[in-house]
Design a protein around this ligand. Structure first.
Ligand SMILES: C[S@@+](CC[C@H](N)C(=O)[O-])C[C@H]1O[C@@H](n2cnc3c(N)ncnc32)[C@H](O)[C@@H]1O
Length: 257
């Protein structure tokens, strides 16, 4: 009988989820047979939790969980057990990077192991500077290495710390602020608005159900802008990826006047 499972591959690590009972080894062997580069197979055994947005895994096959993932011409070293990373978001990262214009100063909040700042610097070599803030020390360690191996050290500044604290000092400093933390990101909208120059662009990620998709996120952005005595002009509203039954990860892009 055909085994039912879903999986993704990060570098040479495959990660699967399944409802099948006592079939973990068989599933791992099937994945390895079909994907020769896979050396380690993990099974998801929890949702993503905590501030660092990481999950628990069962090691089913292999040993090493640190790997190098290649995406749109960039290379990222990471350990899936210690930091957040999702290969499914690669297209969204590239799409965002292509919007950045020469001379821009960009703030990437919640930067993880650095895939947003790295691909922005690669796709837009004339960007002025990218500040990348992340609270997980292990993720910042990897981000520093990823900045180095992708040769973008002259453009990307990694910063370890809480966005709420670190970004206090920046007022109207950035042309663009990216907020890739859909679950809790709305709590940092005031900070993001404050960091943006007049007419700066905000990329706000959020989870929302299919009913009334976008309305809540747009309301949150407008409220934060108003609180700062500014105005939000919505530039685009998009579904990014499915998240759960009738729930989507969405992105709103807005100009903050
Ligand atoms: C959804 S992940 C996105 C990571 C990365 N941008 C990517 O695309 O792979 C969110 C990241 O935000 C970090 N984070 C959560 N709260 C934070 C805060 N208050 N300040 C800075 N980083 C935070 C987490 O540790 C996690 O790495």
């Amino acid at each position: 009988m055909k085994l039912k499972y879903a999986f993704e591959i990060v570098g040479d690590v495959a990660i699967f989820e399944t409802e099948e009972k006592r079939k973990d080894k068989k599933i791992a062997e099937e994945i390895v047979k079909a994907h020769k580069r896979v050396k380690t197979v993990l099974k998801k055994i929890s949702e993503r939790t905590g501030v660092y947005r990481i999950r628990k895994f069962k090691l089913v096959l292999g040993k090493e969980t640190e790997t190098i993932h290649k995406e749109h011409g960039c290379r990222y070293r990471l350990d899936v057990r210690k930091v957040y990373f999702s290969p499914r978001e690669g297209t969204e990262r590239e799409r965002t990077a292509k919007q950045v214009k020469p001379g821009e100063r960009v703030l990437v909040m919640f930067a993880g192991i650095g895939p947003y700042p790295v691909i922005i610097a690669k796709k837009q070599p004339e960007v002025e500077r990218i500040c990348a803030v992340e609270i997980n020390p292990k993720a910042v360690e990897y981000m520093k290495e990823n900045i180095r191996i992708n040769k973008v050290s002259d453009k990307v500044v990694p910063v370890l710390g809480d966005v709420k604290e670190v970004c206090k000092k920046w007022e109207k400093e950035f042309d663009r602020v990216i907020m890739p933390l859909p679950k809790e990101g709305y709590r940092f909208l005031d900070t993001a608005v404050k960091c943006l120059k007049p007419k700066g662009i905000l990329h706000f990620y959020f989870y929302d159900s299919e009913r009334n998709l976008f309305n809540k996120a747009v309301g949150l952005i407008e409220k934060a802008a108003k609180k700062a005595g500014r105005k939000a002009k919505i530039l685009s509203k998009r579904k990014v990826l499915p998240y759960g039954p009738r729930v989507w990860k969405i992105c709103i892009e807005a100009e903050i006047k």
